[in-house]
Design a protein around this ligand. Structure first.
Ligand code: PEP
Length: 252
């Protein structure tokens, strides 16, 4: 059984004070929840506020992005060492918004992934096709390329903690959700690509999350799909009650 990872991606929302207010409202709602791993991804400026606020709880904190170099003249960037020094445990890599607006390529994803693993951060590597690629029946090709290049030159013993988030770009922030069957189909492609690269045993343990307009209403159907090992939630994770409902999805 793969333990599901339910993650909140707050993108460029919430000041540190607003992030703290979320945590204070959210922690009591999920205090007894042990079934799934819960991770919040606030903006960098809120990390020093959110990390101490979740201490001794069942909630972990990750960063939305980082540079692959240890340090250097990279204005505006943060390093893996800076994140771990704060107590960050996870990091998002290659979110489609980073690929689209900040020109992140599969090669950059690969460099960041290696750095995250070397620094004991749990990387959540995001992949997913655009609408025109799906409509042109290119979903499999896109996913195999993103996973193939993103995870290249990484040995199974190094890659232990990596998780992948399948986020079809047409479903992010649009209110359009992939059906559980369609998401599961994509997850099987990703798992088969990972099996080719890192072996079947590794692929069977790999957590593949779904992301794209996950809401309290559609979370149970998605998360009960055996191929879906968690969710990366944007908009619906900004409200504590809504995100708590997603975390506490009923199993059937
Ligand atoms: C995301 O930010 O990764 C995401 C899936 O956003 P939303 O849930 O708003 O579609």
């Amino acid at each position: 059984m793969r333990k599901a990872l339910i993650a909140a991606n707050w993108k460029m929302y919430k000041t540190p004070a607003e992030a703290l207010a979320f945590v204070e409202a959210f922690l009591p709602l999920v205090a007894s929840h042990t079934r799934d791993e819960i991770v919040l991804f606030p903006a960098h400026v809120s990390l020093p506020t959110v990390i101490p606020a979740v201490k001794n709880s069942n909630v972990l904190v990750g960063a939305q992005n980082m540079h692959w170099q240890a340090e250097g003249a990279y204005t505006g960037e943060v390093s893996a060492g800076m994140l771990t020094s704060l107590g960050c445990t996870h990091v998002l890599i290659g979110h489609s918004e980073r690929r689209q607006y900040f020109c992140e390529t599969d090669e950059i994803v690969n460099q960041k992934l290696k750095t995250a693993l070397a620094n004991d951060l749990v990387p959540v590597v995001c992949v997913g096709e655009h609408l025109d690629e799906r409509e042109a029946n290119r979903t499999e090709e896109v996913l195999r390329r993103q996973v193939g290049r993103g995870l290249i030159n990484i040995a199974p013993e190094e890659a232990g903690t990596v998780a992948i988030a399948y986020e079809p770009v047409w479903a992010i922030g649009t209110g359009r959700t992939a059906t559980p069957e369609l998401a599961a189909e994509a997850h099987l492609i990703i798992r088969s690509q990972v099996a080719q690269m890192l072996g079947r045993e590794f692929a069977e343990k790999l957590r593949i999350l779904y992301g794209g307009s996950v809401k309290p209403e559609n979370a149970p159907a998605l998360l009960n799909q055996p191929e879906i090992d968690g969710a990366l939630v944007g908009g619906a994770s900004l409200d504590p009650a809504s995100f708590a409902k997603i975390v506490q999805y009923t199993t059937f």
